[in-house]
Design a protein around this ligand. Structure first.
Ligand SMILES: [Zn+2]
Ligand SMILES: [Zn+2]
Length: 218
């Protein structure tokens, strides 16, 4: 009787743990971080990983580094076109993964009318499975190396948000705010606003409580 009860309790515990650990539901709860190029340190990659886990409660795997794809290189500005990186990456995403986030320290750009080649912090497919972020512009007027890294972590949460279906958000201070080409907006962002959180919940993503210490610059 007692052993049956214990077994039943353990059974419920296991179910609860499974639910708590799989915020995205189903098998597709894994995000892959794909470092591109050699400039990012393992510590920087680990910090981005921690931010995604803290925000989205998913499993994050880090793939071995790959070189930046030559086909995405844009010689006039000596940088890489972000949309070409995404085109190159998209067909390689295994079915078992929810999405792949490429990270690099090299400058990336895309077209933003009237600009033919506009430097960006990141680019993602809306409601898609690929995104790319760069540390390069996070360093602009940064107080410290850590400050630039915290910005990169916020950009990661932002681009993953796009992949999960979130568009830009008009609420000042929301992590889905449109930076309009400036990294400075990230400095006032600390969380997804309640309406972005609700939008994700409507899509079936259960987020943990907003993490508190993750943006510490120490
Ligand atoms: Zn965006
Ligand atoms: Zn928002």
């Amino acid at each position: 009787m007692i052993s049956q009860l214990i077994r039943r309790c353990i059974g419920s515990l296991l179910i609860l743990c499974a639910i708590a650990g799989v915020a995205f539901g189903g098998a597709k709860s894994v995000i892959r971080l794909q470092p591109l190029g050699r400039k990012l340190t393992p510590r920087q990659i680990a910090a981005v990983k921690r931010a995604i886990i803290a925000f989205y409660a998913v499993d994050v795997e880090v793939a071995p580094r790959l070189p930046l794809p030559k086909l995405a290189y844009y010689p006039p500005r000596k940088r890489y076109r972000a949309e070409k990186i995404l085109d190159w990456l998209a067909p390689t995403v295994p079915k078992r993964l929810r999405l792949v986030l490429a990270i690099t320290a090299t400058d990336i750009s895309t077209s933003k009318p009237p600009h033919k080649d506009w430097g960006v912090l990141g680019l993602a497919t809306l409601d898609g499975r690929v995104s790319v972020i760069s540390l390069f512009r996070c360093r602009r007027r940064a107080r410290s190396v850590r400050h630039a890294l915290v910005r990169l972590m916020k950009v990661a949460v932002h681009e993953v948000g796009h992949n999960l279906g979130l568009d830009h958000c008009p609420h000042r201070g929301c992590l889905m705010e449109d930076g309009h080409g400036s990294v400075l907006t990230t400095d006032r962002e600390r969380d997804l606003c309640p309406s972005c959180r609700r939008a994700l919940e409507r899509r079936g993503y259960r987020l943990p409580a907003p993490p508190k210490e993750i943006w510490s610059e120490r």
